[in-house]
Design a protein around this ligand. Structure first.
Ligand SMILES: Nc1nc2c(ncn2[C@@H]2O[C@H](COP(=O)(O)OP(=O)(O)OP(=O)(O)O)[C@@H](O)[C@H]2O)c(=O)[nH]1
Length: 257
């Protein structure tokens, strides 16, 4: 199920010479981010010129997986080794990723779509709108049926939430419909897609959403939004620590209280 993918736009012609749509894919470890990207490349490569940036902490494993899957020419898949907690490189200081995206766009111009895969992290990691125009957050049923209820910025406010690996529901005692309903309730009407790479109907819906978003981008009708702020979190300090939150309108500030 996906809540309404609108009809493709009619009306004014797309803007000429516009840069690629930059689409982030984030979510906890192992939920299927690389598989979603491989699926999109496989299905859409004859309609869109695609490039991929992967983020891993210490390796280029995700890039190697995608290259070996043969879903795109290998040189269009580039790895960023963040060397730090994944959210640092996709949210706090996006410089490494932004340079990688811009280099890829320059080397293979004109690209239509750049997919940026986050390193697998927890429920709080989301992309900065300084790096991507839109983002997908990926959960999977094997992580537990209650995860969607736990919320967080990606679950609540990513442009699309995927509940992945729905083919596994019966094997892990998860009621997929219930999980999707919980996710939908957490998102105030924003789209939720139940996905399995083994279910072509769900793959088609994923592709339809990405093509629709690309059209929105071309027509200048997509407005990037920030799914942040992060949930309140704890900073350990010598002799103690403190909890703080980032509210959406304030600077990213780490002053002890
Ligand atoms: N049954 C099933 N397995 C899937 C599906 N999608 C992905 N997987 C499997 O889930 C595992 C993790 O998939 P990945 O795509 O590597 O997940 P990831 O989120 O990129 O992983 P990290 O980069 O390590 O965080 C792999 O063994 C995939 O084959 C699906 O739709 N159904």
């Amino acid at each position: 199920m996906i809540s309404d993918v609108p009809e493709p736009l009619s009306g004014p012609a797309p803007r000429a010479g516009i840069r690629a749509l930059r689409l982030g894919v984030a979510g906890p470890v192992g939920t299927g981010k690389s598989s979603v990207i491989a699926t999109l490349c496989r299905q859409l490569a004859d309609r869109l010129n695609i490039g991929v940036i992967t983020n891993d902490i210490y390796t280029d494993e995700d890039a190697r997986f995608l290259r070996s899957a043969g879903v795109l020419p290998a040189e269009r898949i580039r790895a960023v080794e963040t060397g730090a907690c994944p959210h640092t490189a996709i949210r706090d200081d996006v410089t490494m990723n932004l340079i990688a995206v811009e280099d890829l766009e320059a080397d293979f111009a004109p690209l239509d779509l750049v997919l940026v895969e986050s390193g697998g992290d927890n429920l709080t990691a989301t992309f900065s709108p300084a790096l991507v125009d839109a983002q997908i957050f990926v959960l999977d049923v094997a992580g537990g049926g209650d995860v969607a209820r736990k919320g967080g910025p990606g679950i609540a406010r990513a442009d699309l939430l995927i509940v992945n690996k729905i083919d596994l529901g019966p094997h892990v005692d998860v009621d997929v419909e219930r999980m999707v309903a919980d996710a939908t309730a957490a998102r105030d009407g924003a789209p939720v897609l139940a996905l399995s790479r083994k279910r072509p109907d769900t793959v088609e819906r994923l592709c339809a959403w990405v093509l629709w978003l690309h059209q929105q981008h071309l027509h200048g009708q997509h407005v990037p939004t920030d799914p942040g702020p992060m949930a309140p979190h704890f900073h350990a300090m010598p002799g103690g620590g403190y909890v703080h939150a980032h509210d959406q309108d304030s600077e990213h500030e780490h002053t002890p209280r």
